[in-house]
Design a protein around this ligand. Structure first.
Ligand code: ZN
Length: 238
């Protein structure tokens, strides 16, 4: 079946054991179970009225399956500004954890006396903290640059930690950006900043708003699409 531009594998099951028509979204298909005597029209009607529900749950289940699982071990791969960087865990003589990016290698220096049971969560926390620090600094610079070009100024900037929202900008000029976007290609970061700063002029998603975004980034639909398709991959969850 096709909903919007999504093609969803679909299976119909009929049995005298089924007393009513039920829909279930499985990992690889949508199943409709119906009593033997249910009419095709009844099934079609149900599918039609449940379209939005089916699409929502189908997309969610696809995203869950394709969400990368990060390995906090030597050689674990992480996205950073569109690049792939590799984790390297080393021991050092200091008492605190340090994270440094050396070329394409993200080195986590662990205190030599850190017990092994505390290791994994410590590494994960340290890596996440490192990402947030980078995000703040990269975003701050980019906002400043972009504001000069767009001739606007924001009031306050905050780094946000949300699962589903990438950014927002209130009419008062309070700019919020999700730190996870630091994992995306640079153009996506730029697009998001231009998008939010354009809200200082147009506090909506009107045609004029998109025109303004296009002035500063003509190819923005490409990166907007990227975010829709790949946003769920920007995760550090283990
Ligand atoms: Zn917006």
């Amino acid at each position: 079946m096709t909903i919007g531009d999504e093609i969803i594998p679909y299976e119909e099951r009929r049995s005298v054991r089924y007393r009513r028509i039920t829909l279930s979204v499985l990992a690889d298909r949508v199943r409709i179970s119906a009593p033997k005597n249910a009419s095709t029209k009844q099934l079609e009607e149900l599918l039609h009225t449940k379209q939005t529900w089916i699409l929502k749950h189908w997309l969610e289940s696809q995203e869950m399956q394709h969400r990368p699982v990060r390995q906090y071990i030597d050689g674990g791969k992480f996205p950073y500004q569109g690049q792939v960087i590799e984790l390297s865990i080393r021991r050092h003589a200091h008492t605190s954890i340090r994270v440094t990016l050396e070329g394409q290698v993200l080195v986590v220096h662990l205190p030599h006396d850190l017990p092994d049971y505390g290791r994994l969560s410590n590494v994960q926390e340290a890596v996440m903290a490192w990402y947030k620090v980078q995000a703040r600094s990269v975003f701050t610079n980019k906002i400043e640059e972009q504001e000069k070009l767009m001739q606007v100024t924001h009031h306050d900037f905050r780094l946000k930690d949300q699962k589903t929202r990438w950014g927002s900008c209130s009419s008062k000029g309070n700019l919020n950006l999700n730190w996870r976007i630091i994992m995306a290609p640079e153009e996506v970061i730029d697009y998001l900043i231009i998008h939010e700063l354009a809200h200082l002029t147009h506090p909506n998603h009107s045609e004029k708003f998109w025109q303004r975004v296009a002035v500063f980034m003509p190819e923005y639909p490409l990166w907007r699409r990227w975010l829709k398709d790949h946003g769920h991959e920007l995760s550090l969850d283990s």
